[in-house]
Design a protein around this ligand. Structure first.
Ligand SMILES: *Cc1c(COP(=O)(O)O)cnc(C)c1O
Length: 379
């Protein structure tokens, strides 16, 4: 199939499995692994990715919304699925249809979902989110008491977990520590009033900065980016865990041509050739997920060598300079945007720097026009 593709992403599921094992090995046994697979598993493909994660040792899944959760439910019936975003009232039915776990942030949600669960004569598991300084979802940590009272009174809701989310884990360890302490203090308040022995308590994501031990009430971690092999932050708990890239991103040389010095290239004539140039028109553009800031700036691998992008990125095509290649490429040759050719590698980190972006966004921006090709076997 990829022989025919104009642009494709190869997803190495064996690498994903190795990454999960490495991350697990860096954590104490009692820490549960919540695999975050929102946004089509960060563009890696929900069904294939989640199936592999189910087979190799995830404990729970987290997705953004009920639609993603319903897709995940189709491939695994018994798995706990946490919905990370606030559920819309219009979506409440789905929680019951697919046995999902919503994130609760306020009293309205408690009342609404308890009523709906009572109407159905069901018990709905929920996770309570505490806002310790993210300023997005969650009840502000100083205002939890009314939530606790409401949850205790909500006979059709079962508190299955409590969590918070760090706003600045990669960049601000002091603030992250402040958030962690606020969370732990809040847990102490909750514990005086409720039995938390069966609760999942989680805060850290891929940028986790702290090692875990039994003295901490935190007993789970939400792992997204790291399992896909994007490099962790230098100070993170996982800096020693060398996860492998799971995804590589490719296109093809679709046309070769030579133009004289002084010719303009692409929309807006942002590049004027400073020498007679051999250029290759590649078969992917911003509609495939090549960031617009690649314009006149990024590099692409062709024939195992780095080729500079000329002019502006266009919707379906990208133009690179292949004048200096040792061997002239041919139409149909592979061009690599993320990944390796021979001894040259473009990492997702480098791709993001050229794209003025972050790995999360770069992965999510690889569009549905890009064929996903799965490598499933251990080598
Ligand atoms: C996306 C997300 C995660 C996963 O974060 P990574 O940095 O990709 O590991 C964890 N928690 C919440 C609430 C999220 O939205």
């Amino acid at each position: 199939m990829q022989d025919q593709a104009r642009s494709w992403a190869e997803i190495d599921l064996a690498a994903l499995e190795r990454n999960l094992h490495k991350i697990r090995a860096a954590l104490p046994d009692h820490i549960r692994y919540v695999a975050v697979v929102k946004a089509d598993a960060y563009g890696h493909g929900l069904a294939q990715t989640a199936t592999r994660l189910m087979q190799c040792g995830a404990d729970m899944f987290a997705v953004a919304n009920v639609t993603e959760a319903a897709q995940l439910r189709e491939i695994g019936s018994g798995w706990p699925i946490l919905v990370l975003s606030a559920v819309l009232p219009q979506e409440d039915d789905q929680l019951f249809n697919h046995a999902l776990i919503p994130t609760l942030s306020n009293l309205d949600e408690v009342t609404r979902l308890n009523t709906k669960a009572a109407e159905r004569n069901k018990i709905l598991k929920v996770h309570l989110k505490i806002d310790t300084g993210m300023g997005r979802l969650g009840v502000w940590h100083e205002d939890v008491q009314p939530m606790l009272d409401a949850l205790r009174a909500a006979k059709h809701l079962e508190l299955d977990g409590i969590f918070t989310h760090f706003s600045s884990a990669p960049t601000d360890p002091d603030f992250t520590e402040l958030q962690r302490n606020r969370f732990i203090d809040t847990l102490k308040v909750i514990e005086e009033q409720m039995d938390l022995s069966n609760c999942m308590i989680h805060a850290d994501n891929s940028a986790s900065l702290r090692s875990f031990d039994h003295s901490s009430p935190i007993n789970a971690i939400r792992v997204g980016l790291l399992q896909f092999g994007a490099a962790p932050y230098p100070d993170s708990l996982f800096a020693q865990v060398s996860t492998e890239p799971v995804l590589s991103f490719h296109g093809r040389v679709s046309l070769l041509k030579s133009l004289p010095e002084g010719c303009p290239v692409s929309y807006g004539r942002l590049t004027t050739l400073s020498r007679p140039t051999k250029l290759a028109v590649l078969s992917a553009g911003y509609a495939d997920g090549i960031p617009m800031p690649f314009t006149k700036r990024a590099e692409v691998l062709v024939g195992g060598q780095r080729c500079p992008v000329l002019g502006r990125v266009t919707m379906d095509q990208l133009i690179v300079d292949v004048t200096d290649l040792t061997e002239s490429p041919e139409a149909g040759d592979m061009a690599t945007f993320i990944g390796s050719q021979g001894s040259e590698t473009i990492s997702v980190a480098e791709f993001c720097r050229w794209g003025d972006s972050i790995p999360w966004e770069c992965f999510c921006s690889i569009s549905k026009r890009v064929t996903r090709v799965y490598k499933t076997f251990r080598e």
